[in-house]
Design a protein around this ligand. Structure first.
Ligand code: ZN
Length: 280
């Protein structure tokens, strides 16, 4: 199943059309896309038996983030070996670096993003998992059952502020307005042949800059859920950015940054794509 946030309303995507959940359920479920995760099992059960015909066509530019107001957004650093190496770090063991992208930076999948003045703004395509059932001290074996679904994320990163100061400012440098696009929709894990092996790509102005598979994650989605949930409860609607593969502008020689007019397309096979246009 695919669910989306269409102009602020929860919809199910069925045959490329959007079915409004509040109307189709006769008001059983709220139109608020954030509210569904707290009732995830009940929602899945309803959707499995519901008549989801009669949807309407829609413009992807009207889509918002599948989880637009998570109580927690956890983002993972250095989770692919070649990316850790290009960023100049060793490979993490035990627990990867964890930071946040503040909620005001979250947007839908098709946007214009203003480049911070004097910055070095970079791209990071990532698989993003959204929590469906609270996870606290769960095992890796049981972790997938806590995930509502998967979506595409861009961890847009301004490297000057990220690297300034005595310690890295990961969270601040990755939280300018528009720096956290996700979407185009949330795909439930059962839709994939293998949710632990998805192909990600990222292109700048049509030139492919990142291309990898999530089976190369050092800490897989279930490994992250198990480790993070040993520390804190992961709550329904929480968003986990799982880390980016090699090919970011920071790791290139010469280094390369996004410029006004650039178009960034980030995609994951079996989910869809994000499209960002940058302005000065
Ligand atoms: Zn990242």
């Amino acid at each position: 199943m695919r669910i989306a946030n269409l102009a602020g309303r929860l919809v199910v995507i069925s045959a490329d059309r959007a079915v409004d959940v509040q109307r189709a359920s006769g008001g059983l479920f709220s139109s608020d896309p954030s509210a569904v995760y707290a009732r995830w099992a009940e929602f899945r059960a309803w959707a499995a038996g519901a008549d989801l015909g009669g949807g309407v066509p829609f413009d992807p530019r009207d889509l918002g983030a599948p989880s637009p107001a998570p109580r927690q957004l956890l983002a993972i650093g250095l989770n692919y070996r070649e990316h850790a190496s290009e960023a100049g770090f060793t490979t993490p063991e035990g627990m990867p670096p964890v930071f946040t992208k503040y909620a005001t930076s979250i947007t839908g999948p098709v946007t214009e993003v203003a480049l911070p003045e004097g910055g070095h703004t970079d791209w990071e395509v990532e698989l993003v998992a959204v929590v469906g059932h609270e996870a606290h001290r769960v095992s890796e074996a049981g972790a997938w059952s806590h995930i509502a679904g998967l979506t595409v994320g861009q961890d847009i990163s301004e490297r000057v502020i990220q690297m300034a100061g005595p310690a890295p400012q990961f969270s601040l440098g990755k939280s300018y307005p528009g720096f956290t696009p996700t979407g185009p929709w949330l795909v439930t894990p059962d839709e994939f042949d293998d949710p632990d092996d998805l192909e990600l790509t990222c292109a700048v102005n049509g030139e492919e800059v990142q291309h990898d598979r999530t089976r190369h994650l050092i800490f897989s989605v279930p490994a992250l859920v198990a480790r993070l949930s040993q520390v804190l409860p992961l709550l329904p609607g929480d968003v986990i950015f799982t880390g980016t593969p090699a090919g970011v502008g920071l790791g290139r020689s010469p280094q390369r940054w996004l410029a006004p007019g650039d178009e960034l397309v980030s995609s994951i096979t079996g989910i869809g794509e994000l499209r960002q246009r940058f302005t000065g």
